[in-house]
Design a protein around this ligand. Sequence first.
Ligand SMILES: [Zn+2]
Ligand SMILES: [Zn+2]
Length: 368
Amino acid sequence: MNRRLRINLGKRAAVASGLLGVLCVLAEFCFLFPDLLVTKDALPFYKANLDLFRGIQWTAILATLLLGAASLFLLRSRLHGLLGMALACVALAMRFTDSVETGPATVSAGLDYFVLELLVLGLVFIPLERMFALRRQRIFRRGWQTDLKHFFVSHAGVQLLSVAAMVPAQALFAWAVSFEFQQAVAAQPLWLQFIQILLAVDLVVYWVHRAFHQVPWLWSFHAIHHSSREMDWLAGSRMHPVDVLVTRAAGFLPVFILGFSQAALVAYVAFVSFHAVFIHANVRWRFPYLRWLIATPEYHHWHHTSDEEGLDKNFAGFLPLWDLAFGTAHQPAHWPKNYGTVKFQPPEDYLGQLAYPFKQRKDRTPYG
Ligand SMILES: [Zn+2]
Ligand SMILES: [Zn+2]
């Protein structure tokens, strides 16, 4: 094997082993402290399928060990491979400790959600972005660590964020809820409810998103999401928690008033979480028959561009219909050239991004 290829493969194996090792340890924490760390609603599901999740965990530990060993074999520097293997051993040692019953907690962390989502999305999107890349860029491109921190906070804090996002609607719009009306809505066919949720949530979120672009103080929060200069599946997680909270609270409003059935909402949330990642991905697919029906990577990449022609366009998360209706749609035959904010750039580090909206100068206007 030539030396370059060997070093390349060795480095990849070392990084994969290290990352997978960290996920294994975090997953073991979930097995150990389920009441504290695991999303409450998902706990019965995990318990009913414990063997399956134990199996996934065994496979991940084994893969970590094998990748670590491969990197030891391929690389002269042994540090990273050894680190991955050490993490796998920690996970193994934790495996033989009994799970700790801490009793019911009112709010638990969604560490399980973070670990599973990162594993699944990584396994789906990393190969896809290699095979169908729109632009040649590294997996560990600039800012990936910051984005991973955003990903961690929004996933591990999923329950806290969801509960907080429900408060405004419950506090301000309880008067608008009619039980009979909600029952009639929930009795409709699932597919119809699914389309209605898409239409209603997307309409509300369209205007909130537009406000985030046009009100200078709000823009300083949303500029974080637009600060990525390279797009990929992880870049979509770069979002100020205030942005996440306000957007979710707004999206919850029509759901709270219209009262759809649980099954329709679960289908919607599952679809949305995947779709939100997908539209940021570095893939060159264009979907000729869908591109004006539903937001595709091409559509949302134009929202992230810093090219003059695409500024303040494509606010809709899912349905280009709303951009067409309100005159903000833009999807020419070519792809955008550059991504990011114009004139100013929020800092690259996570804490700097959190503090950014509270530090900015008073005279700052959108994009400048
Ligand atoms: Zn935006
Ligand atoms: Zn985006």
